[in-house]
Design a protein around this ligand. Structure first.
Ligand SMILES: *Cc1c(COP(=O)(O)O)cnc(C)c1O
Length: 466
């Protein structure tokens, strides 16, 4: 399998190189040159498989001969064994034909574990083979940091440095990062805000000379292709559990960066019968505004009760734009360069095509709270604020009540107790048993000034072989 850039200029790469690359050298994102396609008979034959066996069937064509089949199988077993439910992604029924797929049974209680638990293992495997080492550097305002740290804690060839804004992440989120103790894990609390952290990461990627040429930086944010790949699997799992592929399904996906929903779009292109894909956003609704009015335009960032979807630009959307433009990288490059300067639109027939593929909705904090309250009162089931947005959008956009509607449950409610309180519920969401002692665990974290050279010299002197 070869991977090409959405901006058409960077060289095509194989799976291993794409794993380590992050952004393509022309500023684009990598996508597979062609997608595997599965017949209905083949998908039907996967009924009853375990999650990791299914994951192997769906992902193997993307990995191809980069990893021998037996090694890849074992890696997937290890990855999904660490989840706290045997079904890995269990379905919970909300109404007669409506479901939530719980994607928060991994170690950090958000769906990002599906990809990052695998990514850490993939990286270590490839680096071992190449006798290479990388430093992962990332900025986080919440879920990504802890999932990345958990994913890399056992990696021998990876040191990870995660920057978070000092005293500006929730206590659960901070502890999920700082209580993972390991020689290769470094939490840096920066005396600044999230944007300061992100800027330092960006500048460090641009000029890596502070590492002295002895190692290189790698990225684990959602532009990494392997993350998308791992997220395709659970769409197949939901379908097979609910009568697919002999019946089609609808999905509602809480999204900001267009990562999770793009995986659903790929599942459909790979042959899975999906009749509706709903893009569910919060007030940071650039995707919804594009889908409803063909205008792609950055607005001010709003802080909402669903912080993991608080974004201004939606980076993975570029991958869809590439398809909408007949996979012409030159057109995408031109469009996104114009989008840096102001609002852009695409040709009407291309936009109409996008509208056929997706429905969309934007849900504000009030709607989020109402949905949390309503589902709790009806079902005694607690939704986290992101999942609540998905459920609300599913109900607003549903086209056919005879088609099962599945909302992706992206986080455990105990990660976001403030939203539950804001919804006026007096119940306190409990951390699951494997995390019940989170508040007693030892923390390790270094507080640094909001200053690039202090952060860089900390990294240069703390990675393993430094
Ligand atoms: C990251 C995240 C999202 C959004 O994911 P996308 O990659 O933008 O699709 C939604 N919910 C939660 C809980 C998250 O952590």
């Amino acid at each position: 399998m070869r991977y090409i850039s959405t901006r058409g200029e960077a060289p095509a790469l194989g799976f291993e190189d794409v794993l380590l690359a992050g952004l393509a050298s022309d500023g684009g994102l990598y996508v597979p040159e062609s997608l595997p396609h599965f017949s209905v008979e083949e998908i039907r034959s996967w009924r009853g498989l375990s999650y990791s066996e299914l994951a192997f069937n769906v992902m193997h064509p993307f990995v191809d001969d980069a990893i021998p089949a037996d090694d890849f199988r074992e890696m997937l077993n290890e990855t999904y064994k660490g989840f706290s439910h045997d079904a890995v992604a269990p379905l919970v029924q909300l109404d007669s034909n409506e479901w939530v797929m719980e994607l928060f049974r991994g170690p950090t209680l958000a769906f990002k574990d599906f990809a990052l638990q695998l990514l850490g293992r993939l990286l270590d495997y490839v680096l071992e083979k190449r006798k290479q080492h990388v430093v992962i550097m990332g900025a986080t305002s919440g879920d990504t940091g802890s999932a990345a740290i958990e994913g890399c804690r056992h990696c021998e060839h990876v040191d990870i440095f995660i920057l978070h804004p000092h005293e500006r992440v929730s206590e659960v989120q901070r502890r999920q990062m700082t209580t993972v103790l390991g020689d290769n894990i470094h939490n840096i609390a920066v005396r600044g805000n999230f944007d300061d952290c992100q800027r330092m990461v960006k500048e460090s990627f641009g000029d890596q000379s502070f590492l002295g040429g002895k190692t290189q930086l790698a990225a684990v944010n959602s532009i990494n292709w392997a993350r998308i790949m791992a997220q395709i699997v659970y769409y197949f799992q939901a379908s097979l559990a609910l009568g697919g592929p002999d019946r089609s399904l609808a999905f509602s996906v809480p999204t900001g960066n267009f990562g999770d929903i793009f995986a659903g779009y790929l599942a459909k292109k790979m042959g899975l019968p999906i009749s509706q894909l709903v893009i569910a956003t919060n007030r940071n609704d650039i995707l919804h505004r594009f889908m409803s009015g063909n205008r792609y335009e950055q607005h001010q960032l709003e802080h909402t009760l669903s912080p993991s979807m608080d974004i201004m630009v939606s980076s993975n959307f570029e991958r869809l734009l590439f398809d909408l433009h007949g996979r012409d990288g030159g057109l995408v490059k031109d469009l996104l360069e114009r989008a840096q300067k102001g609002p852009v639109s695409i040709e009407d027939y291309r936009w109409r095509h996008a509208r056929k593929l997706f429905d969309s909705d934007a849900v504000d904090d009030k709607g989020t709270c109402e949905t949390i309250r309503e589902i709790f009162e009806r079902n005694e089931y607690l939704l986290d604020p992101h999942t609540a947005i998905g459920v609300r959008a599913a109900r607003n956009c549903r086209r056919d009540a005879s088609v099962p509607m599945v909302t992706l449950g992206t986080a455990h409610p105990a990660k976001f107790p403030d939203a539950i309180a804001e919804a006026g519920l007096s119940v306190k969401p409990q951390l699951p048993p494997h995390m019940a002692d989170l508040f007693e665990r030892e923390e390790r974290c270094t507080v640094l000034d909001n200053d690039l050279s202090s952060v860089q010299s900390f990294i240069a002197s703390h990675w393993k072989l430094a």
